[in-house]
Design a protein around this ligand. Sequence first.
Ligand code: AMP
Length: 389
Amino acid sequence: MLSEANVNKTILPGATIGVLGGGQLGRMLAQAGSCMGYRFVTLDPTPDAPCGQVAAKQIVAAYHDADAARELANLADVITYEFENVDAGVAEMLMKESYVPQGSQLLYTTQHRLREKRAIEAAGVRVAPYEQIESAGQLRAAVERFGTPCVLKTATGGYDGKGQWVIRSIEETDEAFATLSQAKTELVLEQFIHFDKEISVIAARSPKGEVKAFPAAENVHVNNILHLSIVPARVPADVLAKAEQLAVQIAEGLGVVGLIAVEMFLTKEGELFVNELAPRPHNSGHYTMEACQTSQFEQHVRAICNLPLGPTALMTPVVMVNLLGEHVDPAVQYIAQEQQKDHPDVTVKLHLYGKQEAKKGRKMGHLNLLAGNVEKALAWVEQSDIWKQ
Ligand code: AMP
């Protein structure tokens, strides 16, 4: 809980924002915040990290290095983070030595699937039916009850589909249990949701309690990595309104400060189940950079600094396309070639994160395709072979 003094504390432009983590999310945060007059310092173990390239200073050190974190605290007026697996000891030390308006409770909750699900339910929002699993025998019984397929997940450390096993038959349960148990964390079994669409909503909340949600994005994943965000999402207006309201409910229920990304499954029947939360800017919010009145990055700065939140309305239909290592060179060529043509329908905004090595599957950048409607932007993607499997 923020103290009374911090509820009203405002961090004005000119102040320095410290960012734990120097990846692309930190970079785009620093780019947006620099425009607003803030200075940035980041901590990341990789020299010349994406955020380090645009910040006033990068401290090159491991995330759990207490001395380096103290240096970050001393240089910054306010601290934020761009990933949720912040070491608990470091978070506590930063809270003591500096000002961390987001606190450590939200990190503690979202670092662990079971805690996260309980918090979402406590906020009055549905998640897929689940059960904590402690033995192979219990898993077998739960799989029989849930039916197949169902999904076994590690409570911590999983991302982009890692740390999970889709159990398709009862015979797989022992192997699934043995494999995921190696992660040495609690396990959770979830009912498989036969979703029609995956959508996400990003909401922001400031210490003084102002809350605003961005329009819901329809997300398409390939190999468990986000491929496209389509906005407006192609779902009925009442479902969109409901999804946005659920994100606000979660932001308020969890006392969020800063951004919270809420990933949801939408069934054919129009039911919404929250899958995951991320207490930070999110890949599915990159579309806001050119398509909304305020970007998610500007909104995060506004929220943690306790400035009035910006308006979130969508100014144009948009499709965000991720550029992985294998996509960058052909995509840059494709954009150049398309620019020769008269293409009044689609405006292409290219964002690259300044990463040196374009490894396969590594997020190197993204495109925001602005168009009169999302079909035109999707046609632009589909007429190229770059993103075909
Ligand atoms: P996660 O790591 O929880 O974000 O899951 C990665 C992806 O796996 C999701 O984006 C879904 O496509 C799929 N998935 C995860 N959990 C479930 C579930 N309970 N039912 C159906 N699909 C799921």
